[in-house]
Design a binder for this molecule. Structure first.
Ligand code: ZN
Ligand code: ZN
Length: 247
């Protein structure tokens, strides 16, 4: 038994050592080529990251082959509480890998890199800056278990670059919900209903929610509903990646 646990410890140790060696500072996180200073991603890999094509102007659901300024069926039937979703990337290929590395291996430097890319995307068509950023709040129990709040860590570089304050007190997660990704699409709305609370009149007119991945948009819709109830009038969702929900 002792020997087994020693072996296990060695295995974990070696794996950690290799993981660290694989990612040297100044090298691209995807291909290890030289990367520009301050950004751990080379120009070629940046170019190859999947960008969203034509999509719903409200929720950014991909709608291939449709002209711009279109709404998806769901947004027509039941308009969400947010006004628009801005997604830097499609949740696919290297973007999916980077997000998983950031979340489950707590690679904070990746959040800085990805948050910087989100800031660039948002700055490209920002007509009026929101008064504050609201990272999707994580329940305290999950934060303790994971030790890493990905929405907050992504929001930090965005806040720095665009000079918009982060407001973490505006909205709280009052209910511990099951991870949306573990549920079929039909159960995701009910799962997050009533999950957030904000004090009446506390929200500024214009806010931007920050999240890592938007899939069914159930979570950000519920958060937007709470913010609207608290007085927000224009609510944007800035997400690193947009995933296509599967039924
Ligand atoms: Zn590269
Ligand atoms: Zn839509």
């Amino acid at each position: 038994m002792d020997r087994l646990s020693t072996n296990l410890r060695l295995l974990v140790y070696n794996w950690l050592k290799n993981a660290r060696l694989r990612w040297a500072p100044g090298a691209c996180v995807l291909c290890r080529a030289a990367a520009p200073p301050g950004r751990d991603l080379c120009a070629g890999c940046l170019e190859d990251l999947p960008r969203p094509g034509a999509g719903c102007e409200r929720c950014a659901l991909p709608l291939p082959g449709t002209p711009a300024a279109h709404l998806c069926g769901r947004c027509i039937r039941r308009p969400p509480a947010f006004d628009r979703v801005v997604a830097a990337f499609e949740y696919a290929g290297p973007v999916a890998w980077l997000v998983q590395q950031m979340k489950f291996r707590r690679r904070l430097a990746l959040a800085t890199l990805l948050g910087g890319l989100l800031a660039e995307r948002v700055a490209a068509d920002l007509a009026a800056a929101p008064e504050c950023l609201v990272p999707v709040p994580m329940h305290a129990a999950r934060l303790r278990a994971r030790g890493f709040d990905q929405a907050l860590e992504l929001a930090r570089p965005v806040a720095r670059r665009l000079r918009i304050p982060i407001d973490r007190r505006l909205c709280r997660r009052v209910r511990h919900t099951r991870p949306q990704s573990s549920l079929p699409l039909a159960e995701r709305g009910p799962n997050v209903r009533g999950a957030f609370a904000a004090a009446a009149g506390a929200a500024p007119q214009h806010v931007a929610i920050v999240d890592d991945v938007v899939t069914s948009a159930g979570t950000v819709d519920e958060l937007a509903r709470a913010l609207r109830g608290a007085g927000a009038r224009r609510i944007e969702v800035w997400t690193l990646a947009r995933a296509v929900p599967h039924h």
